[in-house]
Design a protein around this ligand. Structure first.
Ligand code: AGP
Length: 613
């Protein structure tokens, strides 16, 4: 959730850290701060409430030419967003500065045991600076002190600390699953960050801290140790990302850029995986999933949160349809607490763009304890889910910066389709003709998404007429059901309009009571085998004076005269419709949000990666 950046090297650290924070601001944006070495035994420290710009303004003209330091963007857990609760947090003597992501569960007890004076903040972080300062005074060095902290502080978190009497040294710790730490390996300089994006302008050579690992970083050296202080050997990985991908370009917002990137995202996701002659799907990192394992599976459980869970709901359909395995979807946060029945014949598939969502990691831990084989669909190379799972399907759509997920959802749904085809082939449940038709259809999908995007001007016009509404209803059936849920989620996230998504058949069991002229309904109504039922649902809304925006198949004019607005989708094979129908819903939310002046890329209260339970 919070963003962490650290730098030590030969260049001025302040601008590098601020730029890194800018690239991480989507993680948390209620306050920010920076601490730099500033001459012997002294820090330069600045904090500011609000977005990063407030910090940039505050430090303008006053940044010292330090060559090392740390910075932070915060997503509040303990203590309101304010200057005094912003990170870095310091001990009372200003000897140690620390930034933190995650939660220290026993911080109150630690405060009683280790407090070295009055606490100035309400955070669970400040006590860490107190403990480190006490340990340094007792003769420990910073790395030893950090290991001591990790043995005392309960919870899942990551920390980076600096000490004023050890200039140029950064010590990082990762404890548990909350939020990773990536080390950027440069020449005569090194960086630390909670997220790859902060490192992209400087290096693509990285290492990832695993839970229970520590990094001791100076300009010329990096040492990795475990909690006992034993050295750990780590291999430097080279990132595939194109740094340009994290730039907004001509678009007003990252969300719009990422929506319009979706034809390319779909192509990037399937390139080299959906193959012809013979038609089949293959994945590069799924060697463990062989015929014997695929045939031994009795069940698939898909887990995820938010948009990723909606993608998983679409995936469930594919797995049952093409691989003929009973499949279910679980909200990751609920999964482990209901003590699910699992065994080695249950394939657990986690869907997560970040690969760091703590609820999903907890669900994967539960599955690991039960001996389930696991696959993760993830957009972040090296993320924690890729380390826990037996196999990874990388989404390969480049960094998604807007907090509201768009292109990663399309890639997740599409690659779950690919996984289902792969499983179907291995299990022998997939008719070769069907396989060929699905592969062929997927190869045409990027063009269909591009066609759908041509409706953007129409959707912008529709949005201008609905922007003052305070409620929205989304209805869908079959594969349209999860898309209705996603449409409602997007609307809530970026425009702050109350929105509900329902399987259309459910409407008459309660939600219909909400319908009146102020409650518009977006109906996903493609010409499929349940179209007539959907039409009846639309009639029921109209009979109660509700306005309807209908998303219909190309050439279908049967609703033209009865609904308020029609959006036509291009022709696409029914199974792949979700990847097309979600696009106008994303655009509608985006345009309504901009019409209302909302902060589209960084909606209030949200964070891109949710690393607290
Ligand atoms: C999507 O727009 C949301 N920001 C949110 O629901 C998100 O999908 C959820 O937090 C899961 O994140 P993940 O894909 O990184 O696991």
């Amino acid at each position: 959730m919070c963003g962490i950046v650290g730098y030590t090297g030969h260049r001025p650290a302040g601008p590098i850290i601020l730029e890194g924070l800018r690239r991480l601001e989507y993680r948390g944006y209620d306050s920010a701060g920076i601490a730099l070495f500033n001459g012997p035994e002294e820090f330069y420290v600045a904090h500011a409430t609000g977005k990063l710009d407030a910090l940039v303004q505050r430090v303008e003209g006053s940044l010292p030419p330090a060559i090392a330091g740390i910075g932070h963007t915060r997503w509040a857990t303990h203590g309101e967003p304010s200057d005094r609760n912003a990170h870095p947090q310091l001990d009372p003597d200003g000897r140690v500065a620390v930034v933190h992501n995650g939660i220290i569960e026993n911080y109150e007890e630690l405060r009683r045991r280790y407090g070295r004076g009055p606490f100035r903040s309400d955070t669970d972080t400040e006590v860490i600076a107190h403990i480190l300062a006490g340990d340094l005074e007792a003769g420990m060095d910073l790395l030893e002190a950090m290991r001591h902290v990790a043995s005392e502080a309960q919870g899942a978190y990551s920390l980076v600390a600096i000490a004023s009497d050890d200039p140029g040294r950064l010590v990082a710790a990762r404890v548990g699953n909350a939020g990773g730490i990536v080390v950027g390996v440069g020449e005569g300089e090194h960086l630390l960050a909670s997220d790859l994006n902060a490192l992209l302008p400087h290096t693509r050579n990285v290492t990832f801290l695993e839970p229970g690992e520590f990094a001791d970083v100076r300009a010329d050296t990096i040492a990795y140790v475990d909690i006992e202080g034993h050295p750990i050997a780590k291999t430097v990985e080279v990132l595939p990302y194109d740094p340009v991908a994290a730039v907004k370009g001509p678009y007003k917002h990252f969300m719009l850029k990422e929506i319009f990137e979706q034809p390319d995202s779909a192509l990037d996701a399937i390139r080299g995986r959906y193959l012809t002659r013979p038609a089949r799907v293959e994945f590069e990192d799924l060697a463990f999933l062989d015929e014997a394992l695929a045939k031994s599976l009795t069940r698939v459980v898909l887990v995820g949160m938010g948009t990723s869970m909606h993608a998983a709901m679409v995936g469930r359909f594919y797995i049952e349809r093409f691989a003929r395995i009973p499949a279910e979807v679980d909200n990751s946060a609920e999964f482990r607490y209901r003590r699910p029945v699992l065994d080695e014949h249950t394939l657990v598939v986690s869907v997560t763009q970040s690969g760091e969502t703590v609820d999903t990691l907890a669900a994967m831990d539960e599955a690991r304890r039960a001996g389930c084989p696991q696959i993760t669909l993830c957009n972040t190379p090296g993320a924690q889910t890729t380390r826990v799972a037996d196999g990874t399907i990388l989404l390969r759509v480049g960094p998604e910066i807007a907090v509201a997920s768009t292109k990663t959802m399309i890639a997740s749904m599409l690659l779950l389709h690919g996984l289902a085809l792969r499983l179907g082939r291995l299990r022998g449940t997939l008719d070769p003709e069907e396989e060929a038709a699905q592969v062929e259809a997927a190869l045409h999908l990027p063009a269909a998404i591009g066609e759908m995007l041509k409706s953007a001007p129409l959707i912008e016009e529709i949005a201008s007429r609905y922007a003052s509404n305070e409620d929205f209803l989304y209805l869908g059936r079959g594969l349209g059901d999860p898309i209705a849920l996603e449409g409602a989620l997007k609307m809530k996230e970026v425009s702050y309009i109350h929105a509900e998504g329902y399987a259309a058949g459910e409407m008459k069991h309660g939600p219909i009571a909400l319908i009146d002229e102020r409650m518009p309904t977006l109906a996903i109504a493609p010409r499929d085998e349940v179209f007539d039922k959907m039409r009846s649902n639309i009639e029921q809304v109209l009979a109660r004076h509700g306005k309807v925006i209908a998303l219909v198949s190309q050439g279908d004019h049967s609703l033209d005269d009865i609904v308020e607005d029609i959006i036509t989708m291009p022709e696409v094979t029914p199974y792949l419709e979700p990847m097309v129908t979600v696009v106008p819903l994303q655009l509608l939310s985006y345009y309504i949000a901009t019409e209302r002046g909302a902060d589209v890329d960084q909606p209030r209260n949200l964070a891109k990666t949710v690393t607290v339970e």
